[in-house]
Each structure stands twice: as structure tokens, then as C-alpha cells.
Design a protein around this ligand. Structure first.
Ligand code: AGP
Length: 608
């Protein structure tokens, strides 16, 4: 995600744009920039780093005089964070400037075509292609040029565009990425999201796909991609500014939970081409994949839990031995590397000190590292030999949800790719799994719709002192993440236990009314886990069961059941974790905890 803002009116544009961008930093913050028409030409200023760098560079916008401008705060997708890759991008004559939120999927062939026509590029971004393509079609009529580009570009975009030959106008264009426009007595505004304009107006227009807006100082015109003028009705926003940044959700964590269907889709679909899995960024030939003898997966926290899941999935599908290590342990235990060892480091932030150290340790011993990372251009992403991004967008809440779900998808794809190349996964099984993967976003959506029921159940446990999560196999990995979600935001002690291990001591802690969440998605282990539920119930536990739809037999041992849609057992974590995320969230909300910024924690642990 990125944030775009534009303004045309009677006030200086740069300060308005900076103010708007400051409300959109949650959408991305690795670089920022502005383009303002200063009466003669378009002045452009951009910088890598937080928005504050740009504010200081432009003295709060004072060095960029003018009343027409656009701005951008970036979440890198194509091209690492840098001054050159920051937006706005512009044509060679700097008479057209563009800011963009989204991904241009066919930017490479378009770039080739423009290069063949003599265009030169100064960045690695997909967005720069748009600036030159608009230039290519521009013959004096901005709307005509824009709509021609819209017909030729595939992908998602929310655009702000200014033309130095038309300094009395700004253009806004939308396809898939969010875009709003607004107006008050001092001018007109464009923005990726409501928070950017709330200070100036509460009356906004939500732009639909394939619509173009021409904004002037005191009025706006709306067009279709065929240049037909249309009328639109404004919406009055009654959210407060803080709620608006969260898109109307009470917390970023809830917002990010609800972004999981998109996160899963965005991480999955670009890597499925012609019904096959294509992971270009893997950087491994089939021979190299066949030469793998062992995989170390190294991570911390929830990323580690994704790694534990991956052990079961990769060993089950690809039959490659997998060892999963906490990074803080791995880096000091002098791991044994044999020929054919592959190292995978998983990290949302890409800055976790222990995970980065584990990466460096592995490379020092001569082993290549694959990073599975969310933040583009982060240290782990830059230093890994290859990086597979999880396209979850900026994750603001300290407790990870959408990035964790994206990590699972990346790991499933890796397991299936390896399994297919190594001949362990036949075509029928492969295609059946692909179908199951594609169904996950909709199934997650269904589970999220269940939130009221989970909230009611969670309210019963606001006063809990100890909660246990148990499961076998992948269900044990799910239990680990469910337990962490609860404890890190509600401060209630909780632990995950291999269901079969509980009786070896810890079961002594079960008292009358102790909540035990039993995860039972693995049909092959269902009866075993059922027995463990009976064991804890016999000692007074209140048993919450998370299991597949149809497993109603579980009701003889469970006091409360949450049923999840059926999927391939290897992918069950992606579904079972949803009610557990919601449970932890609503217990924390019920306790009045600071859900997005829990005590003692940081979003990225950059110290040992
Ligand atoms: C997860 O909710 C926690 N915030 C924490 O355990 C986190 O997963 C861990 O610190 C690893 O962070 P990373 O993925 O950015 O490396």
C-alpha cells in the first residue's frame, strides 16, 4: 500500500499535502515526495525515509511554493526504498508528474515498448512507466492521454497526476486501489483514504473503478474511462480522525485481521501462473531444488510459529527434512550444516536482530539464505541471497495477523514447488491443493464474519488467569500462535502444549474452569486429540474446540465448538488461526488493553 494526496486551491499546496500524507503514513513510510507547480514549472522533491525527512527537506513545504500539487508516501513493491524510486515520477521533460498506489502488472512489456521508442528510465519502479506512457499519449489533452493509458495498463492503481501545461487542474484516476476526492471553500483534494482530508472537509466522493476526476480550484468533473461525464453523490464522513486512519475499525489489529483475505490473495495469486507455481524470486533451478538435503527455518515469535507449521507441510509434501529454530537459539548453538542445507529466515519486519544475526551466521558458513519478508528493502530482505516477499502491506499492530497469514501462504507455495520438482507431488494432488489455496481467502472471510460469536465467548474469559492451547501436529503449531496472540495483547498467561504431552506433568495445572482450547483440524489425529480433551475435561477444564465442519462428534468432549471450513489439512492453520486471533483480540479489548501497542512490546525487536 502507499498513500497519495493532491490539492488545488487558494492555499499553498505543499503544507496541505504534507499534512495529508502524515495521516497516511500507516499505508507506507519508506520514502515520500511531492510535485508542486510553482507558476513556471513542476518542482519535485522526494526522499527516502519517513515523511519527516521530506518535511525537513522542504521546510514544511515552504521551499515548494505553488497552489497545485501532488504527494506520496511509499510502501515499496517494485524497487527498493530510495530517492530515485520514491514518488512522484515524471516524464523526461518533467512536464507531467504522477503519484501511484497499486501495482502495474504489465509494467515490464510497457517499459520495453517505451525503451524501444527512446524513453529513458531513472528508477526501478512500475510507476515510472505510467509517467512516460501518459507522455507518449499526451497531445495536449490530459483526459484523452489518461484514458488511453487506462485502456493499456493492467493491475491496480490510484493516481494523482499534474500537467505543467494545465496548471489549473489535477487528475485523479482509480482502478482497484482506494481513492477519494473532496472539496471545501479553499479548494479540492484527492487522497488514498479519508484521514488525509478530514481536517479540511467531511464531504467526500468515493471514486469507483475506471473513473477519472478532473479537479479545479472550485469544482470537479467525473468521467468514465470512455471520457463520458458522470454525476456522483458525495458522502459525509462521521468518523473521527483516529478512527478514520483505521478505516473505521476500532484498532489496526482488527483492520489488519480483516485485510487477511486480501493479504492471502496478494501473496498467492502473483505466484500462480497457468495453473502452476512460479516463484521467480526463489532464484533456484530445479537441479538446486533437487539437491536440497535439509532445510533450516529460523525465525522469532509468530514467524517462528509459521516455521513450525512449515516443518509439517514441507516434510509432508516435499519429504525434505526440516529443522525449525528460534533465531536467538540458532545463532549460538553452532548448528550442523551439511552439504545441501538450505536456510530460510522468516521475518515480517526484516529487522529482527536475532533473525538477521542468524542469516549472517549462515552466510558466514557459506550457506545461501532465502528470506521470507514483508518489508521491502529491509535488512533481512537486502542481505538474504533471495527474498520471497509477503505482500501484506504495512502491518501497524504489534501483534501480527495478516503478515503471519501471508507467511503461511509463502511457505505452502514453497512446499508445493519443492514437492512437485522433486516428484513427491503428483499432478492431481498438486491441482487439488491449488484449488484449496485459492479458496482460502473466501473461507477466511466467512470466519471473520463470525466475530460477534467469538466476542461473546471471549467476554467470558476477560478474568482468566491461565489458558492452555493444545493440539497435535499442525494443530500444535496453530496452538502456539493462538496462545501468543492471547498473551501478548491481553497479558493473560497462556501456553501451547502438544496435546499428547500434557499428561507428562503440565496437566497438574488444570483446575475447575481452566480454559483449554483444543485445536483438532487434522483428521488423522482427531481421535487422539479428542482423548486429550476428555482427559482435561475430567479434571475440570472448560474445553473450547476448533475443528472442521462436520466433526460434530467433538461435541461430546467440548463445551464450546468453533467449526472452520474444510481445506487441505496442510493449510488448516490459515483458517483455524482466525477465530483464535479474534478470541485474543476480544479478550484484550474486554480488558481495556492497548491492543495495537501492548505493554513491553515493539513491532520490530531490533535488539538481542
Ligand atoms: C507477533 O505477534 C509478535 N509481534 C512477535 O512475536 C513477532 O512475530 C516477532 O518479534 C518476529 O518479528 P518479525 O516477524 O518482524 O521478525
Amino acid at each position: 500500500m502507499c498513500g497519495i494526496v493532491g490539492y488545488i486551491g487558494s492555499h499553498q499546496a505543499a503544507p496541505v499535502i504534507l499534512e495529508g500524507l502524515s495521516k497516511l503514513e500507516y499505508r507506507g513510510y519508506d520514502s515520500a515526495g511531492m510535485a508542486v507547480f510553482n507558476g513556471e514549472k513542476i518542482q519535485i522533491q522526494k526522499s527516502v525515509g519517513r515523511l519527516k525527512v521530506l518535511e525537513e527537506l522542504t521546510h514544511g513545504g515552504a521551499t515548494m511554493p505553488g497552489t497545485v500539487g501532488i504527494g506520496h508516501t511509499r510502501w515499496a513493491t517494485h524497487g527498493a526504498p530510495s530517492d530515485e524510486n520514491a514518488h512522484p515520477h515524471y516524464n523526461q521533460e518533467e512536464t507531467i508528474a504522477v503519484v501511484h498506489n497499486g501495482i502495474i502488472e504489465n509494467y515490464l512489456p510497457l517499459r520495453e515498448k517505451l525503451l524501444s521508442k527512446g524513453y529513458q528510465f531513472v528508477s526501478d519502479t512500475d510507476t515510472e512507466v505510467l509517467a512516460h506512457l501518459i507522455d507518449y499519449y499526451y497531445k495536449g489533452n490530459p483526459l484523452e492521454a489518461i484514458t488511453k493509458v487506462m485502456h493499456r495498463v493492467q493491475g491496480s492503481y490510484a493516481l494523482g497526476i499534474i500537467f505543467s501545461e494545465h496548471p489549473d487542474q489535477i487528475f485523479a484516476v482509480r482502478k482497484d486501489s482506494p481513492l477519494i476526492v473532496g472539496q471545501n471553500e479553499n479548494g479540492c483534494f484527492i487522497a488514498s483514504d479519508v484521514p488525509a482530508v478530514l481536517k479540511y472537509t467531511r464531504k467526500v466522493y468515493f471514486i469507483e473503478n475506471q473513473e477519472v476526476v478532473r479537479l479545479r480550484v472550485d469544482h470537479m468533473h467525473f468521467y468514465t474511462v470512455d471520457e463520458e461525464e458522470i454525476q456522483k453523490e458525495p458522502v459525509t464522513i462521521d468518523w473521527d480522525a483516529d478512527a478514520a486512519e483505521k478505516g473505521g475499525y476500532e484498532h489496526f489489529m482488527l483492520k489488519e485481521m480483516y485485510e487477511q483475505p486480501k493479504t492471502v490473495t496478494d501473496t498467492l495469486l502473483p505466484r500462480i501462473k497457468d495453473n502452476d507455481i512460479v516463484i521467480e524470486e526463489l532464484g533456484m533451478s530445479d537441479e538446486e531444488i533437487n539437491a536440497i538435503r535439509k532445510i533450516f527455518i529460523v525465525a522469532c515469535g509468530s514467524a517462528y510459529h509459521a516455521g513450525v507449521t512449515a516443518k509439517y507441510v514441507i516434510e509432508g509434501i516435499a519429504r525434505i527434512p526440516v529443522e525449525v529454530d528460534l533465531a536467538s537459539e540458532f545463532r549460538y548453538r553452532n548448528p550442523i550444516f551439511e552439504e545441501g542445507t538450505m536456510v530460510v529466515v522468516i521475518s515480517q519486519s526484516g529487522e529482527t536482530a536475532d533473525s538477521l544475526a542468524a542469516l549472517r551466521e549462515s552466510q558466514k558458513l557459506g550457506h545461501k539464505v532465502l528470506g521470507i519478508v514483508n518489508v521491502v528493502g529491509s535488512s533481512i530482505a537486502r542481505e538474504a541471497d533471495n527474498v520471497m516477499y509477503t505482500w501484506a502491506g504495512p502491518e501497524i499492530a504489534v501483534a501480527t495477523t495478516k503478515a503471519y497469514s501471508a507467511q503461511l501462504i509463502a511457505l505452502y507455495l514453497l512446499a508445493m514447488k519443492f514437492g512437485k520438482v522433486r516428484g513427491k507431488l503428483d499432478a492431481d494432488a498438486f491441482h487439488s491443493m491449488l484449488k484449496d489455496l485459492k479458496r482460502l481467502p473466501g473461507q477466511i472471510e466467512r470466519l471473520l464474519a463470525n466475530k460477534q460469536r467469538i466476542q461473546r465467548f471471549a467476554n467470558r474469559y476477560i478474568g482468566a488467569k491461565d489458558v492452555f492451547f493444545i493440539g497435535r501436529g499442525i494443530d500444535y503449531a496453530i496452538s502456539m500462535e493462538g496462545s501468543l496472540k492471547l498473551k501478548e495483547i491481553s497479558y493473560i498467561h497462556s501456553e501451547a502444549y502438544a496435546a499428547g504431552e500434557l499428561k507428562h506433568g503440565t496437566i497438574s495445572l488444570i483446575e475447575e474452569g481452566t480454559l483449554v482450547a483444543a485445536v483438532a483440524t487434522q483428521d488423522a489425529l482427531f481421535q487422539k486429540t479428542l482423548s486429550n480433551m476428555v482427559e482435561v475435561k475430567a479434571r475440570g477444564a472448560f474445553v473450547l474446540a476448533v475443528t472442521n465442519e462436520g466433526n460434530t462428534e467433538i461435541e461430546k468432549a467440548a463445551d464450546y465448538c468453533i467449526y472452520i471450513p474444510r481445506t487441505n489439512p496442510y493449510f488448516a492453520n490459515s483458517l483455524a488461526i482466525i477465530p483464535l486471533q479474534l478470541f485474543g483480540y476480544y479478550v484484550a479489548v474486554g480488558k481495556g488493553c492497548d491492543v495495537d501497542k501492548p505493554r513491553n512490546l515493539a513491532k520490530s525487536v531490533t535488539v538481542e
